[in-house]
Design a protein around this ligand. Structure first.
Ligand SMILES: [Zn+2]
Ligand SMILES: [Zn+2]
Length: 321
């Protein structure tokens, strides 16, 4: 699940949508490749999506494309075929997901400085093969092998969470380091803070939902002296599809759609706890104070009780009561 704007936390949607229709699909995709004229690609993509009746969000930059679109099965197939005609996108992978155009309010196709906002547009280097100087790509099985192999050398693998700290509250790799970030923009500050300097000579496996954030993050880490950096192909999603809850992943996966979280099996560990009473939960809620943008973990009881349906900050508690 690596649609545009993973650094942006959506409010919980209230719109009800119909069940999955077998005639419609959502596509999720990204590709790092040099795009000389992002505006031309944006206009072409906008016209293409309009003509096919697709809705969703697409971001294009000099470094590539990141999109999520939904529509009829025929339309999304056409979209893939036409999009792959662009040389830089010819081998782009598309992840299929249940859903339709109705899951998006409209079509948005935009040019930005970055397809994932790390605030590192001038630093990131891409060529026709993708990001230059990123971490070594590992398949899920290779992640497990690396952990075994490094354990034998006495220099254990460290998992490094490439998501917003909030997402890690309900699930993360075993023993992972979770940087103190509210948005991906905070990573540069964190990496340069000195807090993680002890990891510079350790094997570090970065991970995020679908892999896109680690493409950038792992290259920023290598540029800052982290010497042995890896990333998981397909991110947590692919690792979980392969190993479920019997591998090194623990808990629920935060997802950027109305589901809010997903589990890989019935055995998923429950890592999150209600901010008010400590009951196990993996359900995020908007703070009851409409002015507050915080999303917090609340148990059902606290969420249903007006006096506790807030994030815990004094200002919000006062506003709500
Ligand atoms: Zn509670
Ligand atoms: Zn609040």
């Amino acid at each position: 699940m690596s649609g545009p704007g993973p650094d942006r936390v959506s409010r919980v949607g209230t719109k009800s949508t119909k069940g999955t229709n077998s005639e419609t699909r959502i596509l999720l995709y990204y590709r790092f490749t040099r795009i000389a004229d992002p505006t031309a690609v944006m206009l072409w993509q906008r016209t293409l999506c309009d003509s096919l009746g697709l809705r969703g969000r697409i971001i294009i930059s000099h470094h590539g494309i990141n999109g999520t679109v939904g529509g009829s099965l025929t339309a999304v197939k056409q979209y893939i075929r036409r999009t792959r005609e662009y040389p830089g996108f010819h081998d782009m992978e598309f992840k299929w997901s249940p859903g339709s155009a109705e899951d998006f309010p409209k079509l948005s196709v935009k040019v930005r400085d970055e397809i994932v906002s790390f605030g590192a547009a001038d630093e990131l280097r891409v060529d026709e093969h993708g990001v230059v100087g990123g971490g070594t790509h590992l398949s899920p099985a290779e992640v497990n092998d690396l952990v075994e192999q490094k354990r034998d050398t006495g220099n254990d693998v460290v998992f490094f969470d490439g998501r917003n700290a909030m997402e890690a509250q309900i699930g993360r790799f075993r023993g992972a380091v979770v940087p103190d970030v509210d948005t991906t923009h905070d990573f540069l500050r964190e990496l340069e803070s000195g807090k993680y300097d002890d990891l510079k000579n350790r094997p570090v496996v970065t991970y995020c939902t679908g892999g896109i954030r680690c493409e950038v993050l792992s290259s920023l880490m290598r540029n800052r002296g982290f010497t042995d950096v890896y990333q998981i192909d397909g991110g947590i999603v692919r690792y979980g599809e392969q190993f479920g809850d019997s591998g090194l992943w623990e808990g629920s996966l935060y997802v950027f759609d109305k589901r809010m979280h997903m589990e890989f099996s019935e055995d998923a560990a429950s890592l999150g706890t209600c901010v008010h009473c400590g009951t196990a939960t993996h359900t995020f809620h908007n703070c009851a104070n409409g002015e507050c943008r915080d999303m917090i973990l609340l148990c059902e009881t606290c969420a249903d009780t007006p006096s506790t349906a807030h994030c815990g900050k004094q200002a919000c508690a006062t506003t709500v009561s």
